[in-house]
Design a protein around this ligand. Sequence first.
Ligand code: ARG
Length: 581
Amino acid sequence: MKSHIESLLEQTIESFKQQGIVPADFQARIQVDRTKDKSHGDLATNLAMMLTKVAKKNPRELAQLIIDTLPASSYVAKVEIAGPGFINFFIDDNALANQLQQALTSDHLGVALPTKQTIVVDYSSPNLAKEMHVGHLRSTIIGDSVVRALEYLGHKVIRQNHVGDWGTQFGMLLALMEELRAANGEQAKMELSDLESFYRAAKVRFDESTEFATRARQLVVALQSGDEYCNKLWREFNDISLSHCHDVYKRLGVSLTRADVHGESAYNADLAQVVKDLDAQGLLSESNGAKVVFQEAFRNKEGEPLPVIIQKADGGYLYATSDLAAMRYRSNVLKADRAMYFVDLRQALHFQQVFSLAKLAKFVRPEMSLEHTGFGTMNGEDGRPFKTRSGGVVKLVDLLDEADVRALELVRSKNPDMDEATLTEIARVVGISSVKYADLSKNRTSDYIFSFEQMLSFEGNTAPYLLYAYTRVAGIFKRATDIDLSQAKIVLEHEKEKDLGTKLAQFGEVLTRMTDKGLPHVLCGYLYELASEFSSFYEACPVLAAETEAQKQSRLLLAQLTAKTLKTGLSLLGIETLERM
Ligand code: ARG
């Protein structure tokens, strides 16, 4: 409904432009909000106030002019001017009911699709030298949920798993692979089943043996100059490391495939060209033998210029160099209108610097939007970054194992008589969704405390609450299998029916807000409110025991749309629903 009012106002502005009331190139920022107090209608806009300057009229006079020009709409029952020049819209309940009725039969629950864009989403992107740990959880699941929502809205989304598969640490890993292989033959493959210890073992060898360290350095040079033997070892290593990642993705229900992997190494061949192009534009400076770029806007606390380092004195390239090449690829080859980077906020400065440099050097088209959609840290219950008891990094696999165990305990306690196989399957869904939902439901920009107890609670904005709410709505239909709804019509009479209907009608706006800024918590909050709204409706409005057949059918349709919206919303968060739990 909100987007409907917005479009009416857009048309009004267009006609103002034709009449010369506002300049033809005027860009109006139309804002429509829900009112807190229903005596002021359902929706309101401050558009008249926004136009006073350009139209050189007083706001109340403009408000009247807007109302007179506004195209007629069957959804709007009444329009009023309030206070200094607000315009209040009263929505017609019949029109709302019709919109809901249409949502039930349309492909996208009636959501209005925006102009299609090509959007690159850079997410997960772990470093392959080590196993995925909890630090990779946020990027992986937040990114995946935004990707799903963007696709639902009809955009062309290109997933980019910008894995760290290049750099000096690979020398030491390859040197160890080589050593173990000489000693044990093909057996050495097994050693890589635990990447974490493999990395540690390589580090130990590197520190204790100068011979080993020299070999490691040789291997890096050979790898970078395209040596076939080294590349083969390196591919084998990455292949094993990537299959660890994909095991985790599969378990988490994350949509990334091998085809989405486009890591740092993919840009290797372009790095020398990046340097040349920056040089040709006169952007490069020398600093202690390294090639760097200084940009006016970036200075440290002392006011000294902060460089982006492009190439080290020894010729090596950096993280920033491959990001520049990646942006160029995303703009010119993938033709992205927009690129979103789901990366830890601690990398904020890096992204500000490389984004601004990419625009300056014209590596990306000027209209392409570059967005660092960063996130805060996942902390333990002590408020410090999440660690194992002994202070080590927590492997993602171990975290998910624990979620499984705890969820099984919980589900068993609720269903003491359920058979083991069903219990295990329900617990798998509850465990994974709890971990995901706890993360997605927090505003990504803040740090949050990871707590199994909280995420597995049936109270509050949690996965168990929502999954359970869904089973309750879906349960109504199990008891109503013989009711024919083919002629049923939604009619909104009771206050709680109207509230639920209004909430249901907001799904589209919520998806727009979620995808505009890459904020899954907006969708979580909405689903939670929708579930609560449904509870109050269900308490106040008997469904199967309704007073008339027509009322029963209308309420069943409302329940059906609620179930569909919850299921779709959860699936856009990457969360499976259950029929019982
Ligand atoms: N591999 C990096 C890390 O683990 C994240 C890469 C993010 N993407 C990018 N284009 N820089 O910190």
